[in-house]
Each structure stands twice: as C-alpha cells, then as structure tokens.
Design a protein around this ligand. Structure first.
Ligand code: NI
Length: 171
C-alpha cells in the first residue's frame, strides 16, 4: 500500500467526469487499498479516486467514530436509484478543499447500488452521515465539488483560501 497525493482546487483533474470500471480486479483493489491508506493519513472519512488523479468510478469511506473499530467501505460504479424528498443540511468539508467547511443541503436518504471490494453487487439505503458522505463522494465522480453547491462568492473564497495556503507552504 502507498499514500498517494491528494489533488486540491483548482486542479482541473477534479472537474473530470470519472469513467465506469468494467470489472473489479486486483488492480482496482490495490488502488482502493492505497486510497484508504491515503484517506486515513489525511485524515478524512471519504475519498474518490479522481482526488488522487485517477478518474474512475471508485470511492472509499470510513464513518466509524474514533472509539469504534475501523469500518472501511468500498464503492465501485455507485449509482443512486432513488432519494427521499426530505432533505438534511450538514456542514461538509473535503480533502481537496482543505480547511474550508460549509453547509450543503441534500436528500436525507438515498438508495444505492454499487459493487463492493469483492466485486459483488450491493443495494441498500443510506441515511444520516452515510447519505451525506456517499452523495458528496458521488458528486466527485461527476466533477462536482461540495463548494459547487454554494454561491459563487463562497466558492471563490474557498478556492482562494486553498491557493493562498498552498503558496505559503511552498514558500
Ligand atoms: Ni470531497
């Protein structure tokens, strides 16, 4: 396993639409292992492959709390089959937009279909944090960041904040 570099805004790769995976292979699993290690090291709770520069439809997540044992989840070619009309608002952040947080409104529940680590098809409802996180990560597969749900003013503020921090790090 290896830690990969996480791309940050305004890297144009983050705007790419990710391609479907034909079949879950050992190569796919090696990528997922790297992504999980990268996410844990960041630390974060969700990561899409495009964020490490690989625009394919793969996501890893772990929503376990600090006092719980790790619960890695893997999603290949995830789809949302239906959503609730009811919405919830949650303060989101993103490893590609470090140190910026803002509220995004999304459907409260989403029915998912995806392939897991073994390549088996799973269908299940996500709700609460699971629903928030998977919808955020699936946005990445379409080249959409959580800041794209905000006003232009807030989005520009967030991007400039990341750019400035990067410049400071480089100096
Ligand atoms: Ni994100």
């Amino acid at each position: 396993m290896a830690i990969r570099t996480i791309l940050t805004v305004p890297d144009p790769v983050l705007k790419q639409v990710s391609k479907r995976v034909d079949i879950v292979t050992d190569e796919t699993r090696a990528l997922m292992d790297d992504m999980l290690e990268t996410m844990y090291a960041a630390p974060g709770i969700g990561l899409a492959a495009v964020q490490v520069g690989v625009p394919i439809r793969v996501i890893v997540m772990d929503l376990a709390k600090e006092d719980e044992k790790p619960n890695p989840q893997y999603f290949v070619n995830p789809e949302i089959l239906e959503t609730d009309d009811e919405t919830q608002t949650y303060e989101e952040g993103c490893l590609s937009v470090p140190d910026y947080f803002d509220e995004v409104e999304r459907p409260k529940r989403a029915k998912l279909r995806y392939l897991n680590y073994k390549g088996e098809q799973v269908e299940e409802w996500a709700e609460g944090m699971y629903a928030v996180c998977i919808q955020h990560e699936m946005d990445h597969l379409q080249g959409t960041l959580f800041i794209d749900h905000l006003s232009r003013l807030k989005r520009n503020f967030a991007i400039n904040k990341v750019k400035k921090a990067k410049k400071k790090d480089a100096a």
